[in-house]
Design a protein around this ligand. Structure first.
Ligand code: SF4
Length: 181
């Protein structure tokens, strides 16, 4: 039976998914081994039940992210925190040091100061989900089984983790020795 695979895009730039697509010919092996049941690259609206493996790109930035994340956790056997935004908060978490006013400051900057037409913060119409007071990495909101760091994670690293999971072996999560000079 095929592994039920999902990939999710929370608060990230889609670069991690671009790296996933860089798996090149491994995508053909993957197509034989998995059923892609939810992803930005397939047209499925609701996160399904009984997902075996899910890669989550991006940090938890707003109420919508948090709501779907809890649904994902409840419906998924193995969660992978996919990329530095998911693992640490990374780029979206750069607003956190702005303190208590960070949400207002970010909205003001995006929708008023940088607007060329009709500068206003779209709050009441629900177009912009309510931002969380602080951006959080995925594992601070739900438990995750594996971390896949990198901005984005290189395709070879994604392949290594996914191939081991598909083979039913527990992937080793160890650091690499950094070389300087
Ligand atoms: Fe983009 Fe890097 Fe964040 Fe991935 S980790 S979503 S590539 S900023």
């Amino acid at each position: 039976m095929k592994i039920r695979l999902a990939t999710v895009w929370l608060g990230g730039c889609a670069g991690c998914h671009m790296s996933f697509l860089d798996l090149d010919e491994f995508l053909i092996d993957l197509a034989d081994a998995v059923e892609l049941v939810y992803s930005p690259v397939v047209d499925v609206k609701d996160y399904p039940e009984n997902v075996d493996l899910c890669l989550i790109e991006g940090a938890v930035c707003n109420e919508d992210n948090l709501e779907i994340l809890h649904k994902i956790r409840a419906r998924t056997k193995v969660l992978v925190s996919f990329g530095d935004c998911a693992v640490t908060g990374n780029v979206p978490a750069m607003r956190n040091p702005l303190g208590l006013a960070n949400v207002e400051n970010v909205l003001q900057r995006a929708y008023v100061e940088n607007a060329q037409n009709n500068p206003s913060v779209p709050k009441a119409d629900g177009i912009v989900p309510q931002l969380l007071a602080n951006v959080r990495p995925v594992h601070e909101m739900v438990s995750v089984e594996y971390f896949l760091p990198g901005c984005p994670p290189p395709a070879a690293r994604i392949k290594s983790l996914v191939a081991q999971l598909l083979a039913g072996t527990a992937p080793k999560q160890e650091g690499e020795q950094l070389k300087f000079g």
